[in-house]
Design a protein around this ligand. Structure first.
Ligand code: GRF
Length: 201
C-alpha cells in the first residue's frame, strides 16, 4: 500500500472523493495525512471526520519560504509518504520538495491544460467563451501547471451554462477521475516518457 498525503487549502471536495473511493473501491493506497497551509480549511475537518491525521502548518510562522518547505519535507519524510496529491492546495510547492519528490506529486487542474493555467481555470475558460473545457490530472514539475499529463477529460460548455453550473460539471468530473489517477499511480501503472505518460494495463 502506498502512503498518500493530500494537500488542500480549502473545501476539500476532491479529498472527500478520494476518501469515499478508498472506502468503496481499491485505491491501492492509504491516505495517511492531510496537510494544509490554512487553519480554517474544511479539508482538515474532513480528515478528522475520517480518522486521518490532519496537519496545519502556518507559512507566516516561518522566516522564509524555504524554511517552511524544509519543515514540510520533514513531515513527508516522517510519515514515509510515497505520493503527494494536491487537491486545491493554493501554495506553490517549493522547488526542493518538487526535487525530492520527483514524479511523486500530482495535481488536478479544472481546465484542459495547457489552456487556462492558474487559479481561476473554470472562470477564465467560461469568460473566454470556450465550447469545450475540462479537467486535467498531471504530475507536478518546476513550472506552473506544466508537468506531464496523466488523465484529461473534456466537459462541454452549453449556452445554458453559467459559471456556476460549469463549475458543478467540472467538479463532478474531477471527483471521478482523480481517484482513478491516484489508483493508477499506486498500482505502478504510470510510466513517464518525456512529456508523455503511459498508463500500462
Ligand atoms: C478544484 O477545482 C481543483 O481542480 C483545483 O482546486 C479546486 C479544489 O476544490 N485545483 P476542492 O477543495 O477539492 O473542493
Amino acid at each position: 500500500m502506498k502512503r498518500i498525503a493530500v494537500f488542500a487549502s480549502g473545501f476539500g471536495s476532491n479529498l472527500q472523493a478520494l476518501i469515499d473511493f478508498s472506502k468503496n473501491d481499491d485505491l491501492s493506497g492509504e491516505i495517511v495525512l492531510v496537510f494544509s497551509d490554512k487553519s480554517g480549511a474544511y479539508a482538515l475537518q474532513r480528515a478528522k471526520n475520517h480518522g486521518i491525521k490532519a496537519v496545519f502548518l502556518d507559512p507566516a510562522q516561518f522566516k522564509t519560504r524555504s524554511q517552511y518547505d524544509e519543515k514540510v519535507a520533514d513531515i513527508l519524510k516522517e510519515e514515509k509518504i510515497d505520493l503527494v496529491v494536491l487537491a486545491g492546495y493554493m501554495l506553490l510547492i517549493g522547488q526542493n520538495i518538487v526535487a525530492k519528490f520527483k514524479n511523486r506529486i500530482i495535481n488536478i487542474h479544472p481546465a484542459l491544460l495547457p489552456a487556462f493555467k492558474g487559479t481561476h481555470g473554470i472562470k477564465d475558460a467560461f469568460d473566454y467563451g470556450v465550447k469545450v473545457t475540462g479537467v486535467t490530472v498531471h504530475f507536478v514539475d518546476e513550472g506552473l501547471d506544466s508537468g506531464p499529463i496523466i488523465i484529461q477529460q473534456a466537459v462541454e460548455v452549453t449556452e445554458e451554462d453559467s459559471a456556476e453550473t460549469l463549475e458543478e460539471k467540472i467538479h463532478a468530473v474531477e471527483h471521478k477521475i482523480y481517484p482513478l489517477a491516484v489508483k493508477h499511480f499506486c498500482n505502478g501503472r504510470l510510466k513517464i516518457l518525456g512529456r508523455k505518460v503511459i498508463i500500462r494495463q
